[in-house]
Design a protein around this ligand. Structure first.
Ligand code: C2E
Ligand code: MG
Ligand code: MG
Ligand code: MG
Length: 284
């Protein structure tokens, strides 16, 4: 059987592979239809202060409520949407919906100052029209610009020069906050970092995973030292730091000791529908 022969393979038909391709093209074809049928939903995950546990922000995370396949996570379709270009329209939908939900929370619970954090794909972030899209999402929802944070990946911001960098400055000039997502996993150009109009670094999950707090072995220690260094770097640049994927109290304890400002992860709550966030704000 050709597949078992590994390197020397010359088989033209691989049933597993073509099943995957069929599933993939079904998702690709389904994406624009899903947008028209309003099948996307946003879940929100709390970002809490490590000082007092207060909910400072929520990150908007998109899901696809597929009529046959059920709830599909973004890891299965964001990449496809980026490849096909649909991410621009999907991203705009996410932005508008997130601003509307956040404005509703802001009107009902103004003292919460809850920030909504929205992920921007590289493809959205490097077109100048994103500035108009964001300005319009703010104006039509009524959400104060200071309550919106945009998350960009390192590759989206570090690669930018000239026009894209101007776009970031124009976004910052709207009054929105800019965060670098998954910091430490891409290529971190530190000389470049100091020129970016950003307000927050989100420490990538792998570093947080390496922090256990219990009997640290050599490897754990290394991740902890990296987090220590990244938090110091961020603070030296007057940036906030959010640790991602915090799952245990021991991790939260260590992060607190390392002066990390805020955190997000299963320990503080999973991504949930908007109504669950409202309940939290209501003290429930
Ligand atoms: P991300 O922006 O880094 O989002 C954080 C991911 O970590 C989320 O996965 C979240 O559910 C997951 N997570 C939460 N708590 C924990 C934890 O305690 N442990 C671990 N290991 N993981 C945790 P999700 O929702 O599957 O999203 C995956 C990625 O999809 C996001 O990563 C983001 O890059 C992308 N994404 C999601 N929504 C959007 C969107 O609206 N636009 C764009 N462009 N990308 C999006
Ligand atoms: Mg997922
Ligand atoms: Mg994110
Ligand atoms: Mg992240």
């Amino acid at each position: 059987w050709a597949k078992a022969e590994g390197r020397g393979r010359w088989a033209v038909y691989d049933p597993e592979r073509s099943a995957r391709d069929i599933a993939r093209s079904a998702l690709v074809a389904g994406l624009p239809v899903a947008l028209e049928r309003d099948e996307f939903v946003l879940h929100y995950q709390p970002i809490v202060s490590l000082l007092d546990g207060r909910m400072l922000a929520v990150e908007a995370l998109v899901r696809w409520q597929h009529p046959e396949l059920g709830l599909i996570g973004p890891d299965r379709f964001i990449g496809l949407a980026e490849e096909t270009g649909l991410i621009v329209r999907l991203g705009e939908w996410v932005l508008r919906r997130a601003c509307q939900d956040a404005q509703r929370w802001h009107v009902e619970f103004p003292e919460s100052r809850l920030v909504v954090s929205v992920n921007l794909a590289a493809r959205q972030a490097d077109t100048p029209v994103i500035v108009d899209t964001v300005a319009d999402a703010l104006a039509s929802s009524g959400l104060p610009a200071g309550l919106l944070q945009l998350e960009l990946t390192e590759s989206a911001v570090m690669g930018s020069a000239g026009e894209p960098l101007r776009t970031l400055y124009r976004l910052a000039a709207l009054g929105v906050r800019l965060a670098v997502d998954d910091f430490g996993t891409g290529y971190s150009n530190l000389a470049y970092l100091r020129r970016l109009p950003i307000t927050c670094l989100k420490l990538a999950a792998p570093f947080v995973e390496g922090i256990r707090g219990d009997e640290p072995d050599a490897a754990d220690h290394r991740d902890e030292r990296i987090v220590d260094a990244l938090v110091r770097l961020a603070h030296a640049l007057e940036l906030w730091v959010t640790a991602e994927a915090v799952e245990t109290e021991a991790q939260a304890e260590r992060l607190r000791a390392l002066r990390c400002d805020s955190a997000q992860g299963r320990l503080f709550g999973p991504p949930e529908p908007a109504e669950a966030i409202r309940t939290r704000l209501d003290g429930g």
